[in-house]
Write a protein that binds this ligand. Structure first.
Ligand SMILES: Nc1nc2c(c(=O)[nH]1)N[C@@H](CN(C=O)c1ccc(C(=O)N[C@@H](CCC(=O)O)C(=O)O)cc1)CN2
Length: 297
């Protein structure tokens, strides 16, 4: 029987644990605050940012939202980040990616104060992660680690294949999997668009993590019997539905489920964990900035 992992349920348990941390912060006179910055008209990005704000409201994190025209000069975004860096009510800053082409996204990430960089994308935080001394683990890979832990999937000594090499998911995921730490110690292969025989690589894996942005790229024929399959993709594909699309992962769920012992669905798998771990990082940031020690879940 395949275990279909419920990201909403795992996320809810972590959010419950965060409530205690928020009470501790409140006791010290601190209300955690997250600022989201959106410079995009992409409907998916708009959805993700409003989900983040709603999740903050539900948990008792103050949220501040800044929306910029997509054709505004890049300076407007840098000025916004600068004022948020200086704002004591803001513990975490998140610029929703992607930003328009005329904005240098790496410069934007560098402009965020690293102690408020709750995405974990600033070069200082990337360096700390690679060195095994993470301040903020990027939300999606951290969420995947928490999902694996919840399903009792031990990564130690396992063969893991990460499909995708993005800065947001693939690279930090692979880094976490090779760390000498719980949730790590896996022998890890990173595959990408130039990998010559993807199926040959994924078929030898105990754990496959698909993060490519290509709908249903990985199917059951590419999965070993009894493997763990984590699907990071959330792709909107045209469909005859009320919204005009349906959400599809990077994994062909039905055929992969036939083979896998553990698998995540889309929606309702990794997505909700991304939001949960953003809340986690925001609470952690507030604790670090105010020297309040917290028992994070
Ligand atoms: N600054 C950042 N930008 C982006 C990140 C990020 O971590 N930081 N990640 C992705 C998208 N992303 C968060 O922003 C994200 C993707 C999916 C979900 C999610 O909960 N998906 C739901 C379905 C939601 C829907 O109805 O569309 C699910 O899978 O169940 C949350 C966050 C890119 N940019």
């Amino acid at each position: 029987m395949t275990h279909v992992l419920d990201g909403n349920a795992v996320g809810d348990r972590i959010r419950d644990g965060l409530r205690g941390c928020i009470d501790t912060l409140e006791g010290a006179g601190v209300t955690p605050g997250l600022a989201t910055v959106l410079m995009s008209e992409d409907p998916a990005s708009e959805t993700y940012v409003s989900m983040k704000q709603r999740a903050c409201d539900d948990l008792g994190i103050e949220s501040f939202h800044h929306e910029l025209d997509t054709d505004a000069p890049a300076e407007e975004l840098f000025d916004t980040v600068e004022s948020l860096n200086d704002d004591d009510a803001v513990n975490g800053i998140l610029v929703q990616m992607p930003v328009p082409d005329h904005v240098d996204d790496r410069a934007v990430l560098r402009s965020i104060d690293p102690v408020k960089d709750v995405d974990g994308f600033h070069p200082e935080n990337v360096g700390r992660l690679v060195a095994g001394d993470a301040r903020f683990k990027p939300c999606t890979p951290h969420g995947v680690q928490k999902l694996l832990e919840a399903a009792d999937v031990d990564t130690e000594g396992k063969d893991a294949v990460v499909v995708g090499r993005s800065d947001i998911v693939g690279k930090p995921m692979a880094n976490l999997l090779i760390q000498k730490a719980p949730g790590g110690n896996a022998t890890t292969t990173v595959c990408h668009s130039r990998t010559s025989d993807l199926g040959a690589k994924t078929r030898q894996a105990d754990i496959v993590i698909a993060a490519t942005g290509y709908p249903e790229l990985v199917d059951g024929s590419m999965i070993a019997e009894g493997a763990t399959v984590i699907d990071v993709g959330v792709n909107r594909v045209d469909a005859d539905t009320e919204k005009g699309y349906e959400l599809v992962g990077d994994v062909e769920f039905e055929s992969a489920k036939e083979k896998a012992a553990v698998i995540t669905p889309v929606p309702g798998g990794v997505g909700p964990m991304t939001i949960t771990m953003l809340l986690y990082n925001t609470v952690k940031a507030a604790g670090l900035q105010h020297d309040v020690s917290l028992s994070l879940p």
